[in-house]
Design a protein around this ligand. Structure first.
Ligand code: TRP
Length: 461
């Protein structure tokens, strides 16, 4: 039997919409606004975007249902959830634990990028941008931030303090409240910026680039698209599982997962339709890498009507998106400590925040010339920052995805799987929806993920 006595009323969402806002807040983040446009640019748009959408539909959505449902049925954080449904198998609990660690690793560099966003938010607030409208001036602005270990650490600290503060306030008073306010603001800003971008001369070329452009597509791009789907939907490390655990036992998981996946995808596509028209309108390159939104956006906006306001609004968007996602990353580790060591939330949140912060210091130093930046680049061809991002999103998350798919597809009792899928859900009660889902979870997801990985490793070719 599951013992829920240590779960206070504060560990349940106040409303169904609160869950949707929080989970969509987790999904919509830097992954959509910063990462998706630049890797789309690097992978040539077109086919990459199509493949990404395919990954969301046949892998992301089914796995999200699996995670949220496991969370709801066990009302527990990942490690305990895996344990409860597997007679405390060491192996499955380890899968859960790897997820917790992956979350901490992701947040460790995520907070650095979020810190860049805070820096630019400040710059736009005080109007302190270079007066010369040259790409060099803006590249220098970004480079000097990127290379300054001190500035990176400063902004990362501020961002981590805000994130930790929200998490320690709890599920209803922290996560849900911030998500409700944040998501309404975020969607409003996205709509306004998309309309603005559609009036720019580069909008046509942007549409063509995002949807119509066919370029080299390799197995490496396939793994990128797959990893991006996991990253963007917050899958593969137990974040959606943890958020699902704060649902009531009879709340819908299938329909809500669909809404969350759609919202996340809509924002990712919208972000491209905001960023590329701006990029093309001033004649810039789409394949600029991680600096894309930090160099192109300010440079371009500077030259466009209402650019100063646009800049502030854009970086506010980036900050809100980053915060609601970072909260979910920290919540997983915090919930783990509350559940398994019986710590109070206050203590768990602060300790997790501190661990992540220290883990993030090498990422903050990755733009510099020291060991973690140039040093590692010469040694292994990647900075510390690039290496942890690559490892976490392209390998650990998809591996976690294989884990949850195999667990739900093969390990848990099939009667329970069926009744949990149907519980509270109109969509889930349709027989064919269930059959398709089971097929995807049992066979397709683990098979397809493994197939792409083996190809990248060169084992199949
Ligand atoms: N999905 C978020 C984004 O796109 C990042 C994120 C939050 C995440 N929680 C996660 C990524 C859990 C992987 C796993 O920015």
């Amino acid at each position: 039997m599951i013992d829920h006595k240590d779960r206070t009323s504060n560990t349940q969402w106040g409303s169904k919409l609160g869950f949707i806002a929080a989970a969509a807040g987790s999904a919509v983040g830097l992954g959509n606004i910063w990462r998706f446009p630049y890797i789309t640019g690097q992978n040539g748009g077109g086919v990459f975007v199509l493949f990404y959408l395919l990954c969301v539909i046949v892998l992301g959505f089914p796995i999200m249902v699996a995670e949220v449902t496991i969370g709801r049925t066990t009302q527990s954080s990942p490690v305990r959830a895996y344990g409860e449904l597997s007679n405390h198998s060491r192996l499955w609990q380890t899968v859960g634990l790897v997820g917790v660690i992956t979350g901490a690793v992701i947040l460790s560099y995520y907070s650095v990028v979020a810190g860049w966003g805070l820096h630019y938010l400040m710059l736009s607030l005080v109007g302190w941008f270079p007066q010369v409208n040259t790409p060099e001036a803006y590249t220098n602005l970004f480079d000097s931030l990127h290379q300054s270990v001190g500035l990176n650490i400063w902004w990362q600290s501020i961002f981590m303090i805000i994130t930790t503060w929200v998490v320690l306030r709890g599920v209803r008073g922290g996560l849900e409240q911030v998500a409700n306010i944040g998501m309404v603001t975020l969607f409003g800003i996205i709509v306004v910026l998309t309309i603005y971008a559609s009036t720019l001369p580069g909008f046509g070329s942007a549409l063509d680039f995002v949807f119509g452009h066919a370029e080299r597509f390799t197995w490496v791009s396939a793994l990128e698209a797959l990893g991006q789907a996991f990253f963007s939907l917050s899958l593969g490390m137990g974040a959606m599982l943890t958020y699902g655990s704060y649902l009531k036992l009879h709340d819908d998981t299938v329909g809500t997962s669909l809404v969350i996946s759609l919202a996340d995808t809509a924002v990712a596509v919208a972000a491209c339709l905001i960023i590329f028209p701006i990029t093309f309108s001033v004649g810039l390159e789409p394949a600029a890498g991680p600096g894309l939104v930090f160099i192109n956006i300010p440079l371009a906006l500077h030259q466009l009507p209402f650019g100063g306001v646009g800049m502030f609004v854009f970086f506010l968007l980036l900050f809100i998106a980053a915060l609601t996602s970072a909260i979910s990353l920290l919540e997983v580790a915090t919930a783990f400590l509350i559940d398994s060591l019986g710590w109070r939330r206050l203590k768990a949140a602060i300790i997790c925040g501190a661990i992540v912060y220290f883990l993030g210091l090498p990422s903050a130093a990755s733009g510099g010339s020291g060991l973690f930046g140039n040093g590692m680049e010469q040694l292994i061809g990647m900075t510390w920052f690039d290496a942890v991002d690559y490892l976490a999103s392209n390998w650990l998350l998809p591996l976690g995805g294989i884990g949850i798919s195999l667990f739900v597809g093969w390990h848990i009792n099939s009667q329970r799987r069926l009744s949990e899928f149907r519980e509270g859900s109109w969509l889930g009660s349709l027989g064919w929806v269930y059959s398709v889902w089971v097929f995807l979870i049992r066979w397709f997801a683990p098979g397809a993920i493994a197939f792409v990985m083996l190809n990248v490793l060169g084992i199949l070719s």
